[in-house]
Design a protein around this ligand. Structure first.
Ligand SMILES: Cc1ncc(COP(=O)(O)O)c(C=O)c1O
Length: 385
């Protein structure tokens, strides 16, 4: 029997979104936030522009790409792009977990686009990327947060493609060195790898994406919060800090604090390294633990942020439709001990665990967590039997 650990993670928040705040985060950092003032006042615009330029510098986004802050988090950003740009040519819609499947459904059921090839894979697997035709538009998720499966790289996307790529990168940005030359539309939210707040989305557009916006007018109404074109011309102002509607300047102060933290630890390569090292803690533990394995079928597609694990114990397999009840009991036990919050697998995914290992998570906390998992699994199994 494993011994009950006598130490707890300093921060037991391992949720896959909103994700843990950065180490040593404290609301005092927000005392200088530009609150109760118009975001269109000089200082408001300056702060919004700073969010854009900090992202450009840290993520090495090319100068000719446009970066915007848009409403409704990652969903808002990707929906805005889909509704504004899809339909000009055929689409390759890729999905290997819940979010990609959602974008596929939107394209078919709501945008009602007919020329769509669906590439689907079950949880743990990935679509056959070698069959994807880059001369059509491609929509995909860089890292599937609910399955812990990511694309191995961007090499399957042609450099001289005719279509546009739409990449939902919400749990990938700051964790991977994204190949911007392969990405035409990239979206994410603030609350993931660097621990910002929810509500705002980031939308990055390549020059070819802007060309599409100016040359293609979809035959459907677009709500105001999706509109990026004014009198047939791309609306630059949105991408210079003049947001379409009112942003939260509290969230702006918070994301600027996260970005400052990223630079203080060494920038993009430091956040990537932290994610990699965090994953390796889980890898070492899985290696020596006989009841657990990665949901991702191979190492090259294994996420370094949303690590999804399956329970391989034959006892668990025999639980059948009671598996999720057991996972819930295990997670409740760890939550009650303040050892781990929110590590239950996503509701549509196979019953198991999902542990966030993004850049704000401390390696030492994951090491402690694995000890709680050893103890918790045995204890929960005993209670459940
Ligand atoms: C891959 C992916 N896409 C989209 C979303 C939705 O993001 P949001 O809730 O920020 O709109 C999430 C949220 O976890 C996600 O992981």
């Amino acid at each position: 029997m494993s011994i009950k650990p006598d130490i707890k993670p300093v921060n037991p928040s391992f949720s896959s979104g909103p994700c843990a705040k950065r180490p040593k985060w404290n609301p005092d950092f927000l005392k200088d936030a530009f609150l109760g003032r118009s975001h269109r006042a000089g200082q408001g615009k300056k702060l919004l522009k700073q969010v854009i330029e900090d992202h450009r510098r840290i993520l090495k986004i090319p100068d000719d790409y446009k970066i915007g802050i848009v409403p409704a988090s990652d969903t808002g950003a990707i929906e805005m792009a889909m509704w504004s740009m899809l339909g000009a040519r055929g689409i390759e819609a890729l999905a290997w977990e819940s979010f990609g499947t959602g974008w596929q459904k939107d394209i078919i059921d709501h945008l009602k686009i007919e020329d769509v090839d669906l590439f689907c894979a079950n949880y743990g697997d990935i679509a056959d990327l070698s069959k994807v035709n880059s001369d059509r538009d491609i929509i995909f998720t860089w890292n599937g947060t609910t399955s812990g499966v990511c694309v191995p790289n961007g090499e399957w996307i042609k450099s001289n493609r005719k279509g546009l790529t739409f990449c939902d990168a919400t749990s990938a940005v700051f964790a991977y060195d994204l190949p911007w030359d392969k990405l035409d539309v990239t979206t994410w939210s603030w609350q993931k790898v660097i621990g910002g707040e929810a509500a705002h989305g980031m939308l990055v557009l390549s020059p070819r994406a802007i060309e599409r916006l100016e040359s293609y007018k979809p035959d459907r109404p677009l709500p105001k919060i999706f509109r990026m074109v004014k009198n047939g011309k791309f609306d630059e102002s949105i991408f210079e800090g003049l947001t379409i509607n009112t942003p939260s300047m509290m969230c702006v102060a918070d994301i600027l604090d996260s970005l400052k933290w990223v630079e203080s630890i060494g920038g993009l390569y430091a956040t990537i390294k932290r994610c990699r090292e965090n994953l390796s803690v889980i890898e070492d533990w899985v290696e020596k633990t006989d009841w657990v394995d990665f949901l991702a079928r191979s190492e090259d597609i294994r996420s370094r942020t949303s690590v999804c694990l399956k329970i391989t114990d034959s006892w668990f397999e025999k639980l059948g439709d009671k598996q999720m009840d057991f996972v819930q009991a295990l997670c409740k036990l760890l939550e009650n001990e303040n050892a781990a919050y929110d590590i239950k697998s996503y509701r549509d995914a196979p019953a198991g665990l999902r542990i966030w290992t993004g850049a704000t998570i401390e390696k030492s906390d994951l090491e402690i967590l694995t000890k709680w998992l050893d103890w918790g699994y045995e204890k929960a199994k005993k209670n459940f039997s």
